[in-house]
Design a protein around this ligand. Structure first.
Ligand SMILES: *Cc1c(COP(=O)(O)O)cnc(C)c1O
Length: 401
């Protein structure tokens, strides 16, 4: 089909006119419960009045000036992010992949600054780090690399969660470990609780940097500000995006002063990254996420949702194999093809993204209400029934009459 938009996405044929919190409304007036949230992006829901006000107020003053000048809104956001985390310094980007590009360059440059030849990184099977040439190499998914020529060298992939494999893959040139504390695209895979601790210890013992990709798991999604807090560790470098802009395209690479020491003037840049419009929205998102009780509420909502999902798993064991995840980064591993469950949910008026490992992701806005969680559970139940009927595990309704 000839299309003016490059057909790299198999798009769902729905056109939305507006959003309200956890709901999307199509141009023909149908309402969908949105547990895709722009793939873990719209942390405060659609058309959040506080974000709309912050965006429009900034839009009337100043959009863009370039990083040739000081940007006070960005200095403020960087200060707030470093105050709230392990980090001492922040580079702002427009996307997750760019946050990873900065992280990868920074890790390599750290060892360069130390006069060492250690550009290699250990990364994990099932990982997703973006779609640029460097990040498809980091992700290692053969499907995403195919046909795009020589990949960026320097990444050694081992099975996710397999510490012995990490140790076995070490070389004298290994300078960093790159890992998602929870794999999102890979299937909402949560590693065992001590895996990240052991990676941290290994990095410390070998003079390597621990680089965490929290593009999906960060900014409250896990029920903590960042998912690594659950493991009680801190990284040296961390990439963030998705939730950080609440729907405005932005990302960030956070680092300790030590890890960032190679990134001196002139070593990296971005025309748009950290522009005043993005920074105004980023500060507004953080206002809400850092508000007293916000993360407690995410944890509460998660507990309630998980309880409902566990009950659904009991009632529909032929459909739901497993409930996994942390906070509101949840997944249902399915016994039927996950894509069938996604389609059945859409038929019930609920939007969810799939993931690897035959998982359906459940990524509501972090502002989701108890009532919306109950509605979601009802819709998931209805979708399970729909599939069961198709599978004829249940007598087709009306067939006996
Ligand atoms: C989405 C995602 C990325 C890529 O972000 P883009 O904004 O699409 O470039 C990188 N890492 C993880 C873990 C992600 O979920």
């Amino acid at each position: 089909m000839i299309t003016p938009v490059l057909p790299t996405y198999a798009r769902i044929d729905l056109e939305f006119e507006r959003g309200e919190g956890c709901w999307l409304v199509t141009t023909d007036g149908r309402r969908f419960l949105d547990f895709t949230a722009g793939i873990a992006v719209n942390v405060l829901g659609h058309a959040n009045p506080y974000l709309v006000a912050a965006l429009t107020a900034q839009a009337e003053k100043l959009w863009h000036i370039s990083n040739l000048f000081r940007i006070p809104e960005g200095e403020r956001l960087a200060r707030r992010l470093t105050d709230a985390t392990f980090a001492d310094t922040v580079f702002f980007t427009n996307s997750g992949a760019e946050a990873l590009e900065c992280a990868i360059k920074m890790a390599r440059r750290y060892h360069f600054a130390n006069g060492a030849e250690r550009p290699r990184m250990i990364a994990f099977e099932g990982a997703f780090h973006g779609r640029t040439l460097a990040t498809i190499a980091a992700g290692g998914n053969p499907k995403y690399l195919e046909g795009f020529g020589p990949g960026l060298p320097g990444f050694d992939h081992v099975p996710f969660g397999d510490f012995a494999a990490v140790e076995a893959a070490l070389t004298p040139e290994t300078g960093a470990i790159l890992v998602e504390p929870i794999q999102g695209e890979g299937g909402v895979r949560v590693p065992s609780s001590d895996f990240l601790k052991r990676l941290r210890d290994l990095c410390d013992a070998r003079g390597m940097l621990l680089v965490l990709d929290e593009v999906q798991s960060g900014v409250g999604r896990s029920g903590r500000l960042f998912a690594h807090e659950l493991a009680g560790i801190t990284p040296d470098i961390m990439s963030v995006a998705k939730g950080i802009g609440g729907g405005f395209p932005m990302g960030a690479c956070l680092a300790t002063e030590e890890a960032a020491k190679g990134m001196t003037t002139g070593t990296h840049g971005s025309t748009y990254g950290g522009n005043p419009l993005a920074m105004a929205v980023g500060n507004a998102v953080l206002d809400k996420v850092l508000e007293e009780g916000f993360l407690d509420r995410v944890q509460q909502a998660s507990g309630r949702f998980r309880q409902g999902l566990a009950a659904l798993q009991d009632r529909h064991p032929a459909i739901i194999a497993e409930v996994r995840g942390e906070g509101l980064l949840l997944g249902l591993r399915a016994h039927v093809p996950a894509a069938d469950l996604v389609v059945a949910l859409r038929a019930e008026g609920m939007l969810v993204p799939g993931a690897g490992d035959n998982v359906v992701r459940l990524l509501p806005p972090l502002t989701v209400s108890d009532e919306e969680i109950a509605i979601a559970c009802d819709k998931i139940e209805a979708a399970c029934r729909r599939i069961e009927e198709e599978m004829q595990l249940l007598p087709v309704r009306g067939a006996a009459e």
